[in-house]
Write a protein that binds this ligand. Sequence first.
Ligand code: BGC
Length: 422
Amino acid sequence: MTLAAVLQRALAAITLLVGAPAIAGEVEVLHYWTSGGEAKSVAELKASMAQRGHTWKDFTVPGGGGQNAMAVLRERVLQGQPPAAANIKGPAIQEWAALNALTSLDAMASFDRWDDVLPKVVADQMKHKGRYVAVPVNVHRVNWLWANAAVLRKAGVASAPRSFDEFFAAADRIRAAGFIPVAHGGQDWQDFTLFESIVLGVGGPALYTRALVNLEPAALSGDAMRRSLELMRRIKPYTDAASPGRDWNLSTELVIGGKAGFQFMGDWAKGEFIAAGQTPGKDFLCVPAPGTAEAYTYNVDSFAMFQLKGWEAQKAQGYLAYLLMGKDFQERFNLRKGSIPVRLNMPLDRFDDCAKVSARDFAATSRSGALVPSVAHGMALTPAQQASMRKLVSDFWNNDKLTVSEVQSQLTALSAPSQKSH
Ligand code: BGC
C-alpha cells in the first residue's frame, strides 16, 4: 500500500472512532448462524450496524460448522462477487489472503491497538504476512460436556463426570432411568467434534498436538490413538436411533427438554440453553469433557473482510471491523453466543460461571501450554486436511465394520507429504 493510501485509511479509521456522521453503506455478511442462540447473537450485530445507518444484508448458508457456507463462498468469490465479510477461521484465512482476496485492516488495527488487546495466539491467526486481514469476535471452548441437571438427579448421578470411567457409569444409570444418555447429532463435523475431545481426554494436549495438529505418524498409529478410537466406539451405543443426520441444536434441545443426559459440544450449545431461558448450575451443567479439565481446545470465530469496490461499501465494511472489536459489542454478542470475548481484560461480571471457567482456563492453559487449536473447527489444519480427517473419523463412527487399525493406517496416511501442505 502507498503512503497516501495508508494515510487515507488511517483517516477513515479515525473518522469512525470519533463518531463523525456515518456515510451509510451496505454490508453483506456470510455466516451460518441460524440456531436460536446464534440468531440472537447475529441480531446484536445487525442492530449495532443499523444504529449507524448501515444496512445489513444477511448471506446465510445453514449448516453447523460452516462447511456449506465455505463452499458457497468459493463460488461467489469466483464469480467476482464477494460479500463484504465472511465468518472464516484459522488456516482458511491464510488461504483467502494468499489469493489476494482480502483487504488489509492494518490502519484500523494499529489505531485501535489490536496487538495490545488480543491474545497473541489469536492475533497471529488474524494476520497474513504480518498484516491484519480478519477480525476475531470470540473464543469458543470446544471441549465441553453439557448435562441436564434434572436428568442426572433422576438417574441417581451425583455429579457431572470428570473421567471417562465416571462418564460410562453415569451413562449406564441414565439409560437405566429411561433417558437418552448421549444426544449426538450424527453429522461428520459433530462426529469430529466428539473425536477431538476424546483424543484430548485420552492422550492429553501432547498427543492431541502430535497426532491431530502435526499429523505425526507415530502418534496417529500409536497406542493412545487406538484407545481413543476404541473409546469413541464405546460411546455410540449410548446415542439414540434418531441421531444420524440430526442438527447439533436439535440434539441440544433433547438435553434442554430433559430427554437426554449429555451432549459433547462446543459452548455455542450454551447459547441454546440460554435462549431457552435455562440457568447454568441449576437447569444445566457445563463441565470439561472427561479427562480434559486441564486443557482447552479453542475455536475463534472471525470475520475476514473481502476487497470491495466503492467508497460507501468500504466505509460500511470498515465500520463493521471497528464494531466487531469493540468492548460493548463483544460483551453483548458473547453473552448470547455462549463464547467469551476475545479481547483481553474485559470485565466478565455479566457472564455466567461457564464463561468464567472458560476465561480462567483459557488464561491458565495459555501459560501451561495446554491451550490447543480445535482441529474439528478449522483452527489447525488446512481446509483440505481437515476435510480428509473429518471424513475418516465420520466413516469410523458410522461403519462398525471399519476396524480401529484400518482407520489408524488411513489416518497415518494423512501425514504423507502429498497430503501435508506445510
Ligand atoms: C462455529 C460456531 C457455530 C458452530 C455451529 C462452529 O464451528 O465456530 O460459531 O455456532 O460451529 O455451527
